[in-house]
Design a protein around this ligand. Structure first.
Ligand code: IPM
Ligand code: MG
Length: 358
């Protein structure tokens, strides 16, 4: 079979981790008899440099016409002073919106081999945790009305958090569907003690829950949730939340896994699905060849599983990562003091060796 993938390497460490991932995909293709074809397009700061805008229409078109999008990361200090609509981040937000990607799945689990990289005490983590963050991705404050106006107190800027029942309903369904495939527990995170939008969120989630009587539903305020993921991460199965809260909580959870360089994500919805690591462009280490490619490689595994229905291939990648970690191979972000540190290319080679052997 031939599969068409739009590739957005982006900025910073994006190109490095995506190059690694393409090597892994090609190897999987060889091993299982598939052909992955890539169309590379620009988005983010690099697109701004060439086209004067972070998300050219040609990029959107290629992504729309592909079966999946693989994205590295966008952003960097170089573009920090651009106006909001020209910033690299607009590219990723624009792609999410244009492709209708309202559901962002961010699995946070602790690899056995990385237990010691987890900043929590062993008695809290025990034999690990496995949380799936289901983050709403095309609504809320990220896409609400925004502006800046002159007032008697000087300029006043505003960004509005708003959610419609339709938006909550469709993401809630995804959350419950995921819970049904997992441990049938869903925690909806909001701030309904303060926010009207959260009260509608909670009410709507409760309505949707009636379609999933087997799933145990509970609710948590976001401040409490941010504490609970550290106090007892094992209590969570699926964590369903809004765009902004999901952005914050998923970074927090990523640290519990040892490194933000480990967490993949899938963005799904009405159009072409997009797969990207949850980490950013990491300008401080960009170009040095030391970035951890695992989050992007695991994102590609999610692509194989969710879009192409290639389960054995996805399993092959995930178990290779597991094996490599168990064998003690580490990039800088997950290495302990004194451990040998692999470069991006070396880590990729080690993973490829395991895939070849397996
Ligand atoms: C993420 C990132 C993005 C977000 C940025 C780059 C716009 O932090 O995917 O979590 O805030 O959604
Ligand atoms: Mg984020």
């Amino acid at each position: 079979m031939e599969y068409n993938i739009a590739v957005v390497k982006g900025d910073g460490i994006g190109p490095e981790v995506v190059d690694s991932t393409i090597e892994i995909l090609d190897l999987i293709g060889e091993k299982f008899g598939h052909k992955f074809s890539y169309t590379e397009v620009l988005a983010g700061g690099c697109a701004y440099d060439v086209y004067g805008e972070p998300l050219p229409k040609s990029t959107i078109d290629v992504c729309r016409n592909s079966q999946a999008v693989l994205l590295g990361a966008v952003g960097g200090n170089k573009w920090d002073d651009l106006p909001g609509d020209k910033r690299p981040e607009r590219a990723i937000l624009g792609l999410r919106k244009e492709l209708g990607l309202f559901a962002n799945l961010r699995p946070g689990m602790l690899f056995k081999a990385l237990e010691e990289s987890c900043p929590l005490k062993a008695e809290i983590v025990g034999d690990g945790f496995d949380i799936l963050v289901v983050r709403e991705l095309t609504g809320g404050i990220y896409f609400g009305e925004r502006g800046i106006k002159d007032t008697e107190n000087g300029k006043t800027a505003y960004d509005i958090e708003s959610y419609s029942e339709m938006e909550v309903r469709r993401i809630a369904h995804i959350g419950f569907e995921m819970a049904m495939k997992r441990n049938k527990k869903l925690t909806s995170v909001d701030k309904s003690n303060v926010l009207e939008s959260s009260r509608l969120w909670r009410k709507t989630v409760i309505e949707v829950s009636k379609d999933y009587p087997e799933v145990e539903l509970n609710h948590m305020y976001v401040d409490n949730a941010s504490m609970q993921v550290i106090r007892n991460p094992k209590q969570f199965d699926v964590l369903l939340t809004t765009n902004l809260f999901g952005d914050i909580l998923s970074d927090e959870i990523s640290m519990l896994t040892g490194s933000i360089g480990m967490l993949p994500s899938a963005s799904l919805g009405t159009g072409t699905g997009l797969f990207e690591p949850i980490h950013g462009s990491a300008p401080d280490i960009a170009g040095k060849g030391i970035a951890n490619p695992i989050a992007t490689i695991l994102s590609a595994a999610m692509m194989l599983r969710f879009v192409f229905d290639l389960k054995a291939e996805a399993d092959c990648i995930e178990s290779a990562i597991d094996k490599v970690l168990n064998e003690g191979h580490r990039t800088g972000d997950i290495a302990k003091k004194g451990e040998k540190v692999l470069s991006t290319v070396e880590m990729t080679e080690v993973i490829k060796d395991v895939i070849k052997r397996g």
